[in-house]
Design a protein around this ligand. Structure first.
Ligand code: HEC
Length: 157
C-alpha cells in the first residue's frame, strides 16, 4: 500500500511498470538458469520438519509423537527413478558411501522409534543425538557438492 502511494506521487503507474519491466528483463536470464529443486530437497525438508516434531515430543515427554516422527524419517520416500539415476550418476564411485549414510540414518531412526516406544527419556535423547549425527555426516560429505552440481552458481543461498 505504502509503496503504491509513494510511486503514484513520484510519477504514476507508468514509472512503476517501466521499473518492473526493466527489473524483469534483468532477472529473466537468472531465473532461467536457476535449476528446479530436486525431489530430494522436498524429502529433506520433510525430514527436517520431523526432527522438529521429535524435539517437541521429547520436551513434552510425548513418546508416541517421537515414535511416529522417527518412523516417518526411517521410511522417507525415495526420489523418482529418473532423479535417482541422476543422483547416482553424480555420486559415481561414492555411491556406496552415500547409500551407507542413508542406511545409518534408517538404522538410527528405527532405533529412536524403539527407544521412544519404551518411554525412557534419556535413551530416546541419546538415540536422537545419534540420528542427528547421521544426518550431519551425509551433509558434510555431500550437501555442498550436490548444490554446486545440481543448482550451479546461479543458485543464491
Ligand atoms: C545420504 C545423504 C543424506 C542424509 C543421510 C541426510 N541428508 Fe539431508 N540433505 C542431503 C543432500 C544431498 C541435501 C541437499 C539437497 C538439495 O538441496 O537438493 C540435503 C539437504 C537437507 C536439508 C535442507 C533442505 C533445504 O531446504 O534446502 C535438510 C533440512 C535436511 N537435508 C535434513 C536432513 C535430516 C533431518 C536428515 C537426517 C534425519 C538428513 N537430512 C539426512 C543428503 C542427506
Amino acid at each position: 500500500m505504502r509503496f503504491d502511494r509513494s510511486m503514484a506521487r513520484s510519477g504514476g503507474r507508468r514509472t512503476t511498470w517501466a521499473w518492473l519491466l526493466a527489473l524483469g528483463c534483468a532477472l529473466a536470464p537468472l531465473a532461467s538458469l536457476a535449476a528446479k529443486p530436486l525431489a530430494l530437497q522436498g524429502i529433506m525438508k520433510d525430514m527436517g520438519r520431523n526432527m522438529q516434531v521429535i524435539v517437541d515430543g521429547l520436551s513434552r515427554e510425548d513418546y508416541a509423537m517421537v515414535e511416529k516422527a522417527a518412523l516417518a524419517i526411517a521410511d522417507h520416500p525415495q526420489p523418482p527413478a529418473g532423479e535417482k539415476m541422476r543422483i547416482m550418476g553424480f555420486v559415481g564411485s561414492n555411491a556406496r558411501r552415500f547409500k551407507a549414510f542413508d542406511g545409518e540414518t534408517y538404522d538410527n531412526a528405527t532405533a529412536l522409534a524403539k527407544t521412544s516406544k519404551s518411554g525412557n527419556g534419556e535413551d530416546a535423547i541419546a538415540s536422537f543425538q545419534k540420528l542427528q549425527s547421521s544426518c550431519l555426516a551425509c551433509h558434510q560429505a555431500f550437501r555442498k557438492p550436490f548444490i554446486d552440481h545440481f543448482y550451479g552458481k546461479a543458485e543464491v543461498r
